[in-house]
Design a protein around this ligand. Structure first.
Ligand code: ADP
Length: 383
């Protein structure tokens, strides 16, 4: 069993607050991704867990026991860094065996464990090679073997895939599953996080904006920051019209949720995923009409920029059999959207508003006639 808890972690670099009160629990065998833009405090959080930075406040616990005062080499954690940091003058075998030799294990046991670790990462044939005889991806696998051979309670991966191919991503996930090791994976790449993580912790300016499954982070981003950061999202300024329980978005009028919490005239933001915008032939009040601006062929589908005066350019997708051309008139209507309180540009939370204090978005789904479907517009529990 290895359950890792990060409790109210704080880390400052002089005047710079890097981590501002992060609490997280990583379950036994779980792969949790910390995701966020550059500088949001991801690596610092990980380095504190690994013991490479000292925290200014908070605690790190493994199975309920604080490990925050232990030096890195005595922690039940092992870290794989972005730069694979293999010793260039040592053969692969010796790189992987290094930590075991420090532990004074006997030779036959070291031989067996290193063999198993190299087998696990799919490079048993590389044992006699030097790091410069390996590709970047292979070096990173060896770095992973070197971490796993120590049988740590928790595996820490700091952007281990930067500039490497997507196959290694699948490989790391497969190995993590097979070993069943509790892991934290840091990345700024949302696609990477969505594809490997059991859960994603989205960080924004030293704080957690949302901790959820990849599906939940994508389908119901908790804040405007997350909505903007994860995947493509059309963010449109809107005004709430209380009498009609509707949102004025440019020339369109979108139904409000069943129990709308805003006063008349409230400034809101409507968030629509490109795949939730559908073409309509008879534009009703929920439609946006405009002209095709750019068409991008993305293999199995096309991404379209639709210029909709006066609001914006909407991003939407159509199937590969649909061939709109630049300049074509087109009307689209949403089938689902989220509504956030407030309008900010760029859309981020005010720096000192705790993400957990922000109201979650309201969700509306529309039927084919553009009417809100009651059953699905229920509000999420307020947390
Ligand atoms: P991320 O991993 O999300 O890119 P970091 O954790 O590396 O972010 O950095 C968080 C903040 O702390 C940034 O503002 C960064 O400039 C600052 N920072 C990171 N490391 C140091 C350091 N050793 N000294 C001073 N400031 C640092």
């Amino acid at each position: 069993m290895a359950v890792l808890e990060i409790v109210d972690l704080i880390k400052n670099y002089g005047q710079v607050p890097a981590v501002r009160g992060v609490s997280l629990r990583v379950e036994d065998g779980e792969l949790l991704c910390i995701l966020g833009p550059s500088g949001c405090g991801k690596s610092t959080s990980l380095r504190v867990v690994g013991g490479f930075e000292q925290a200014d406040g908070g605690d790190v616990r493994l199975d309920g026991r604080s490990i925050i005062l232990l030096p890195p080499n005595r922690r039940p954690t092992a870290m794989v860094f972005q730069k694979y940091t293999l010793w260039p003058h040592m053969r692969v075998f010796d790189n992987v065996a290094f930590g075991l030799r420090l532990r004074h294990l006997d030779k036959a046991l070291i031989e067996r464990k290193v063999g198993e670790a190299l087998e696990l990462v799919g490079l048993p044939q590389a044992r006699r090679r030097y790091p410069n005889q390996l590709s970047g991806g292979e070096q990173q696998r060896i770095a992973l073997a070197r971490a796993l051979v120590l049988e740590p309670g928790v595996l820490l991966l700091d952007e281990p895939l930067s500039n490497l191919d997507a196959r290694l991503r699948e490989e790391i996930k497969r190995i993590q599953r097979r070993v069943g090791i509790t892991s934290i994976f840091v990345t700024h790449d949302q696609e990477e996080a969505l594809s490997v993580a059991d859960r994603i912790a989205v960080m924004d300016q030293g704080r957690l904006a949302q901790v959820d499954t990849p599906e939940a982070v994508y389908d119901r981003p908790r804040t405007l920051f997350v909505a903007d950061f994860i995947g493509r999202m059309n963010l449109l300024p809107a005004t709430y019209l209380h009498a009609q329980n509707a949102l004025r978005v440019g020339t369109a009028l979108l139904p409000g949720p069943a129990a709308a919490p805003w006063p008349d005239g409230a400034a809101l933001t409507v968030a629509i995923r490109p795949e939730d915008l559908h073409r309509v032939t008879l534009p009703g009040p929920t439609a946006f009409s405009g002209h095709v601006d750019v068409v991008m062929d993305l293999g199995h589908y096309r991404q379209i920029g639709l210029h909709v005066p006066p609001v914006t350019t909407l991003t939407m997708i159509v199937g590969k059999d649909d061939h709109p051309a630049s300049g074509d008139a087109m009307s689209v209507a949403p089938v689902r959207y989220l509504i956030y309180a407030g309008q900010t540009s760029p859309p981020t939370q005010a720096v000192d508003t705790l993400a957990t204090e922000a109201s979650p978005p309201e969700e509306v789904r529309l039927d084919a006639r553009g009417h809100a479907t009651e059953a699905l517009s229920e509000r999420p529990a307020r947390g």
